[in-house]
Ligand binder design. Structure first.
Ligand code: 5GP
Length: 121
């Protein structure tokens, strides 16, 4: 499967579409989900062109992989939902059709600010 340069997150990265930014560094961008499913719902995405987590783990550099992982914890801290600052949260990524992925650019969802409930409904 080829990366679709016209997906919505690619447009956000190119600043063709705006987002409510939470955090950014060389490898990662984080912003609020446009349609929050929980009290706090953030997204953390790599800046590189990766379709999903498997694609990322196959192709990304070690620096990119470390940066994305660390960004999840950084963003959770900024939002005060981390174990250190808050009461915890859920980080998840959907992969492909059966995983329920809608936007074909790797993204982690961070849900928190309240009890986020059962893992799978
Ligand atoms: P997926 O189902 O692919 O795991 O999640 C895609 C997420 O992207 C959804 O939660 C959806 O609300 C969010 N989303 C879709 N379009 C936009 C957008 O234009 N801006 C932002 N901030 N989030 C978006």
């Amino acid at each position: 499967m080829k990366y679709d340069k016209n997906n919505i997150f690619a447009k956000i990265l190119r600043k063709e579409i705006s987002c409510k930014k939470i955090f950014e560094n060389e490898h990662v961008l984080s912003f609020y989900d446009i349609n929050p499913q929980k009290k706090i719902h953030a997204l953390v995405i790599p800046k590189g062109e990766y379709i999903n987590l498997d694609d990322f783990n196959h192709k990304a550099s070690d620096q990119e992989i470390v940066a994305l992982n660390k960004a999840i914890t950084i963003v959770a801290g900024l939002l005060n939902i981390s174990i250190n600052k808050g009461k915890g949260y859920r980080a998840l990524t959907n992969l492909g059709e059966y995983g329920g992925q809608e936007v074909p650019h790797l993204h982690f969802h961070l849900f928190g600010g309240e009890n986020v409930g059962k893992m799978v409904e």
